[in-house]
Design a protein around this ligand. Structure first.
Ligand SMILES: NC(=O)CCC(=O)C(=O)O
Length: 297
């Protein structure tokens, strides 16, 4: 069986407490990434919209320009902060997400930036499925009022370890995306996210376990800490699930870093024990990971 994860690695999820001040959020993110790297984490994840409050009212005022790449420090302070933190700590930094504005079209996106230990940008993922829901009396949210969707699947190679698939929050509800990532060799599906206090208790853990169980890979969900003074109350509960769908670690609601030690053997033994990965009936239904998958915007 292919060794999807080449060597064991400690994953760190930073359940960051962010506020309205972007530069304070960036400084704070740096101190937490330093803490995680000192604890041995070599792949570190930040939450969705880690440098701003989360909400349609905030996307335009916090949006940064990422093109042409690399952007200047004025165009994207978050790009430069993430790059230098990754380099300073010598870690892979999956930089949650930030609101992005595309300079030519003026379209807004919810965008992840991922850096290698040299501080080089190695992936971007624009949230593909926008969070548009309306549960009467509970929560109404329409990202598509402001944001445009991304148009690609993101699988990135971290040469020392192997591949990870990256997507953002609501993207986790679409198992096709996860399956494509897994079938393109990812050892982990990583979701910076910000579920809320209505859907979080119902589905956050379940979604993480379902994607792990379906695909027999590690799954990590990284949330902001809950701030009840903010307009959007993030669920928290950042967690890591193993390839047998067992929750290895789960945060509470406050700021916290959670860690998990990932090992390739766990993927192999899950797939050997319950061989669904190789029992697919592509003669009965199509393989979504094959036809027409877009890896470029
Ligand atoms: N930020 C998001 O995409 C939230 C998704 C969410 O809460 C859900 O239930 O799905």
């Amino acid at each position: 069986m292919a060794n999807l994860l080449k060597k064991p690695v400690k994953l760190g999820l930073i359940q960051l407490a962010s506020g309205a001040d972007k530069s304070k959020n960036l400084t704070h993110a740096r101190s937490k990434v330093l803490e995680a790297s000192k604890a041995g984490a070599r792949i570190i994840v930040l939450p969705e919209c880690f440098n701003s409050p989360y909400g349609c009212d905030y996307f335009p005022s916090y949006a940064e320009t990422l093109l042409p790449s690399p952007p200047s420090a004025e165009q994207s302070p978050s790009f430069h902060a993430l790059s230098s933190i990754a380099k300073e700590t010598g870690t892979y930094l999956i930089g949650g997400s930030i609101p992005e504005i595309e300079p030519e079209t003026k379209k807004y996106y919810n965008t992840n930036l991922t850096f290698n230990p040299q501080g080089e940008l190695i992936a971007t993922h624009r949230k593909v499925h926008l969070f548009d829901i309306d549960i009467p009396g509970k929560i109404k949210f329409k990202e598509s009022d402001i944001l445009s969707p991304g148009n690609k699947v993101t699988v990135v190679d971290l040469p020392e370890y192997g591949k990870v698939a990256i997507a953002i929050c609501y993207d986790i509800r679409f198992p096709e995306l996860a399956m494509i990532g897994a079938r393109h060799g990812a050892f982990a599906l990583i979701y910076p996210g910000a579920f809320n206090t209505t859907t979080g208790p119902l589905h956050w853990r379940l979604q993480g376990q379902a994607r792990a169980m379906d695909n027999q890979v590690y799954v990590a969900l990284c949330s902001p800490a809950r701030d009840t003074t903010a307009t959007y109350h993030a669920y928290g509960h950042s967690l890591v699930v193993d390839p047998m769908a067992k929750v290895l670690v789960e945060a509470g609601e406050s700021e916290e870093i959670v860690y998990a030690d990932l090992e390739g053997g766990e993927i192999d033994s899950a797939r050997k024990g319950i061989p669904i990965y190789d029992q697919r009936r592509w003669d009965v239904y199509p393989d979504v990971s094959k036809e027409g998958v877009r890896f470029e915007e």
